[in-house]
Design a protein around this ligand. Structure first.
Ligand code: SAM
Length: 286
């Protein structure tokens, strides 16, 4: 691996903070990620934010095909040259914004599911995760690198400050585990904090299945929208089109104290509340 600093200098490019460009500069970390990800020769990988190819190249050597999305055209041109030099022909570079791609439609997975890999740009990590959850029918698992503080929020359990909307959404539809930690010094330019690689295995069926998943996710969003307030107040003062009396009835009849806060609810309780809200709504309308 040529050092990112040297490569960028040779091409007259500069890391763009706005695009979260902290490039992996330690090839041993890339190798660790690829081996712990247990990729197979028949796998189809969708890589988000390929950058200079620190992960793209070792992944392409291990799998059948890589779809590598990179928004920065200058970086994508550099990556194409690096791939040619590596004699790899199984990588398709997509010079696009990942947030605008319909993953299910654009990736040919030979009828199977894809594996998503990425050292994600920090500023759009949440949006990308929400998108992956929505597209999970076509995704087997995702191996993603995040800044440590963000990773803590994803793996947090109920009762703590880190537990939030994404922790609950991921717990609802996946098994999640840490693969490895990566120190800040392994990147160029060096970020402020360390990173962590996480594997998200999407479940075929959630353990606690909500009647209406989109509604469940909007209840979770509303509850954490005002996380310092009680659930009753947070939900009543949200964009949910449900009146406060109905919210109170649903909370009480699902056995959830209305004075609790969102961060204390388990996934099972969120599902029970969301289903109950739908039922009570229906009863009150009819
Ligand atoms: N994978 C490379 C590595 O590990 O060295 C680069 C990782 S860097 C943290 C994130 C990369 O994502 C950058 O190359 C950046 O240009 C790209 N990127 C940022 N926002 C993007 C977006 N919305 N869609 C696609 N790529 C994006």
């Amino acid at each position: 691996m040529t050092s990112p600093k040297r490569l960028l200098n040779a091409w007259g490019l500069h890391p763009r903070k706005r695009l979260g460009q902290n490039f992996l500069a330690d090839p041993s970390i890339a190798d660790t990620i690829v081996s712990r990800a247990a990729l197979l020769p028949e796998d189809i990988v969708f890589e988000i934010g390929a950058g200079l190819g620190a992960l793209t190249i070792p992944i392409a050597r291990a799998v059948k095909k890589v779809y590598a999305v990179e928004k920065d055209h200058g970086i994508a041109d550099l990556l194409k040259t690096e791939l040619l030099a590596s004699k790899l022909s199984n990588v398709r570079i997509m010079e696009e914004d990942v947030l605008k791609i319909d993953i299910g439609e654009r990736i040919d997975a030979d009828g199977g599911k894809i594996i998503v890999v990425g050292n994600l740009p920090y500023n759009v990590s949440s949006q990308i995760l929400v998108k992956l959850i929505a597209s999970r029918k076509t995704i087997h698992r995702a191996i993603l690198m995040f800044q440590e503080e963000f990773a803590q929020r994803l793996t947090a359990v109920e009762g703590g400050r880190d537990y939030g909307r994404l922790s609950v959404m991921l717990r609802y539809c996946s098994d999640i585990r840490t693969i490895t930690s990566v120190r800040a010094a392994a990147f160029h330019p060096k970020p402020r904090i360390d990173s962590r690689v996480i594997e998200i295995r999407f479940l075929d069926t959630p353990q606690y299945l909500a009647t209406d998943e989109a509604f469940l996710f909007s209840v979770i969003k509303a509850a954490f929208g005002k996380r310092r307030k009680t659930l009753k107040n947070a939900l009543s003062n949200s964009t949910l089109p449900i009146d406060p009396a109905t919210i109170l009835t649903a909370l009480e009849s699902s056995g959830i104290d209305p004075s609790r806060r969102a961060e204390t609810l388990t996934v099972q309780e969120f599902v029970a509340l969301s289903d109950r809200l739908l039922e009570v709504e229906r009863i009150e309308v009819s």
